[in-house]
Write a protein that binds this ligand. Structure first.
Ligand code: DMJ
Length: 457
């Protein structure tokens, strides 16, 4: 009896002191994020200007294809605008308009080009009103359209921007189902319905291939429509398919997307969610994770979760499921704290790292921002401050920011992907900046964190 009263008191005092910790200084943190953004941006400008990405260790550049498509400037532009970096944003916009052309004989990956370039051009157009950005987006949209010409309507993976030749019949739900925010917005802004229809069909065709228990797999073939890998999860190759079911409903008020979301999420919560009490922990502290299961049987395949999966608390929060969102966010943070930065893949049962890389991913920050927006709980500001400090400590280099090869040893790798600017810095900044910086309830973030506003009826 005395022992349990003592334990209860210890618990109450610990909980009270955790809650009474002062909230971090948002203004100071927002200024720090902006300074770090500029540090990375200046590194890109100095060593990689005109190319896709900076190589932050060797101080060179990396282009995705034989010719650059200005991935970093296009991805970074709306973040600069939101940060109030007007001169930088104006110069970058001018550079993009003077130099970016899609008339190139290169095979590009439809999904990556859509979320980074089409999404970036559309949001920057909406933030600036510069019609030339919309014209670039429309030109790109037309060049990408051939991907949808498969027997199933599911898009091929690659398309040649000049010839329209497609290839890559084996693809995945993230690539077939993460197009409607961008193509749909392009339709609404240009009045050309075809973009919306093609991307919506791809989303519906993906959904139509769910199993009898309501799950989808990791890979399928756009010509046969058959699954080639039936592992189901919320991680790489599936993740943003779920995000776009929900967000396409919210952005376009699309009833089919609403139905598909509402019919999909129960299966995810039934078969992929994994709730358990860790040995030695209290019954009341059951953890919530999302692992892998076979799409046909629902049988658990692996108990892994990772940096990409950490987007899901944001989606749960947006859908109104704050309870699961909070609990899953606590799990993501637990994963982060094991090594002071998160791995690409983690076995949440054994707490072991499965894939040790960290390519500067934003998802855990995105979820922290969403949870803070909905709850105003200062714990998410403190969480964000910890994430930011760790991120700077482990990833900053003298030329910018570097991915980690290994989160345990903290060995760096020579890569700085453009989503660092589009997403990681943007979500850090929005978490700490005054809410008026961006009207959260009026925008939908595409999966690359480009905010799109519904300006149509
Ligand atoms: C981004 O390109 C997008 O967020 C995508 O949905 C997943 N991968 C990266 C960031 O981790």
């Amino acid at each position: 009896m005395i022992k349990s009263i003592t334990l209860l008191l210890v618990f109450l005092i610990t909980a009270a002191s955790a809650n009474s910790q002062p909230a971090p200084n948002k203004q100071k943190l927002a200024a720090e994020v902006k300074a770090e953004f500029l540090h990375a941006w200046n590194g890109y400008k100095k060593h990689a200007w005109g190319h896709d990405d900076l190589r932050p260790l060797t101080k060179g550049f990396h282009d995705w294809y034989a010719e650059p498509l200005l991935m970093t400037p296009v991805d970074a532009l709306d973040t600069m605008i939101l940060m109030g970096l007007k001169d930088e944003a104006d110069a970058t916009r001018k550079y993009i308009l003077d130099n970016l052309s899609f008339d190139k004989d290169i095979d590009v990956q439809n999904f990556e080009i859509t979320i980074r370039l089409l999404g970036g051009l559309l949001s920057s157009y909406q933030l600036t009103g510069d019609l030339r950005l919309l014209a670039l987006a429309e030109d790109l949209g037309h060049r990408l359209l051939p991907v949808f010409e498969s027997p199933t309507g599911l898009p091929y993976k690659f398309v040649n921007l000049k010839t329209g030749k497609v290839r890559g019949a084996e693809t995945n739900p993230a690539e077939t189902g993460t197009l409607l925010i961008e193509f749909g917005t392009l339709s609404k802004l240009t009045g050309k319905q075809i973009f919306f229809d093609k991307a919506k069909r791809a989303l519906v065709e993906t959904y139509n291939r769910r199993s009898t228990i309501g799950l989808i797999g990791t890979r399928f073939n756009v010509e046969t429509g058959k699954w080639t890998n039936t592992d189901s999860h919320i991680s790489a190759e599936i993740d943003s398919y779920y995000e776009y079911l929900l967000k396409s409903w919210l952005l376009f008020g699309d009833r089919d997307c609403k139905r598909m979301w509402l019919e999909s999420i129960p299966a995810v919560n039934k078969y992929l969610a994994d709730e358990f009490v860790r040995e030695g922990e209290r019954q009341s502290s059951a953890e919530l994770w999302y692992g892998h299961a076979d799409m046909n049987t629902g049988k658990r395949t692996t108990t892994t979760y990772g940096a990409l999966d950490a987007f899901f608390p944001a989606v749960l929060a947006l859908s109104g499921d704050l309870n699961r969102a909070r609990r899953l966010q606590a799990s993501s943070f637990l994963m982060w704290k094991q090594h002071g930065i998160e791995p690409e893949e983690f076995n949440y049962r054994t707490m072991e790292v499965v894939h040790a890389g960290y390519p500067l991913r934003p998802e855990i920050v995105e979820s922290t921002y969403h949870l803070y927006h909905y709850t105003k709980d200062p714990r998410y500001l403190r969480m964000g401050a910890t994430l930011f400090r760790d991120f700077v400590t482990h990833c900053k280099t003298d030329a910018g920011y570097a991915a980690l090869k290994n989160v345990i040893t903290k060995e760096k790798s020579d890569s700085m992907q453009s989503f660092l600017f589009a997403e990681t810095f943007k979500y850090f900044y929005l978490l700490f900046a005054p809410p008026k910086t961006l009207a959260f309830d009026k925008v939908t973030f595409n999966t690359e964190a480009h905010p799109v506003r519904r300006t149509w009826k």
